[in-house]
Design a binder for this molecule. Sequence first.
Ligand code: SAM
Ligand code: DTB
Ligand code: SF4
Length: 337
Amino acid sequence: MDAAAQVQGKETGDRAQVRNHWSVEEAKALYALPFADLMLQAQRAHRENFDPNHLETASLLSIKTGGCPEDCGYCSQSAHYETGLKATRLMNCADVVTTARRAKDAGATRFCMAAAWRTPKDRDLDSVCDMVNAVKGLGMETCVTLGMLTPNQAARLAEAGLDFYNHNVDTSPEFYSKIITTRILQDRIDTLAHVRDAGIKICCGGIIGMGEHVEDRLGMLVLLANLPSHPESVPINLWNRIDGVPVEDAAEPPDPIALVRLVATARIMMSGSVVRLSAGRQYMTDELQALCFLAGANSIFIGDVLLTTQNPKVNRDADLLARLGITSGLAGGNQCA
Ligand code: SAM
Ligand code: DTB
Ligand code: SF4
């Protein structure tokens, strides 16, 4: 039986299984199914694991912006490129907590604090641990993304009560070195292992629209789905355009249907993971976002800015979710008329 038939065979049979040994051929076979069949499988996987009418709402804050020594070719914050961004120092804890409280009031249930570091210094980690502790005290889920961690640093964040660590693989193993040269993919995989060993949940995904091929996008999903355990959160970012970075020349916005297919494939391959339609929603129509939610995306970032780029306005998100009858932390509720 070929890969497509095996995948389709499952559709008529058992509950989708959590698997950690996907091949690229299997991912391709899923991705290439007729659209209605792909969506049916994705929706089955979604409904078996989640309430399909509910979205998680997370909020982002850049606690230390710019001046990063890494050379990620998509990022406004790398010191290697002239992007016009002004570097800042690490924010103080009180300001972070004030922002988190506002995000909670606006409807966010998770607060993600991001720093433009290759790896945190111990003194800075002390401050971040205080922030985690204080934001948790507001009753929010906490997430931080600080670059590479040692096992000891991961253990310290776990002690501070951190719920999630975001550390993306970004792209496929084959495309990785075309995007980043200051670290290798294995560095990222090592940090993910330290985070997992410390008992922190993992948020790990990547970016599309950087000039990669469809095979790279699927290779990225296979990489994620074959980690020792599936990341609890899988952010799928559409590259938010940045002037002055190397990716700029090769980047092409993906076909919207290709994005929906990718989300559906992620939903089937990592059926128990929360899939976040992450950066890039500013470019998407309501209809495209609705299709992504039907394909199994069940988390978004809310708030007018992400780290250094734009996100849809909170009112627009609340209106869209109300029209779709999707519940979330956002005010508005179910107004499907
Ligand atoms: N410095 C840390 C790191 O790289 O892990 C944390 C912050 S970094 C901004 C977090 C993630 O944001 C990156 O791994 C990348 O996947 C995503 N990202 C960065 N710039 C982006 C952009 N312009 N569009 C979409 N996603 C982006
Ligand atoms: C993730 O995967 N996406 C978020 C979060 N993890 C840290 C970051 C998106 C950044 C978009 C570009 C910017 O605003 O600078
Ligand atoms: Fe630095 Fe993270 Fe941006 Fe890479 S993605 S340049 S590590 S802030």
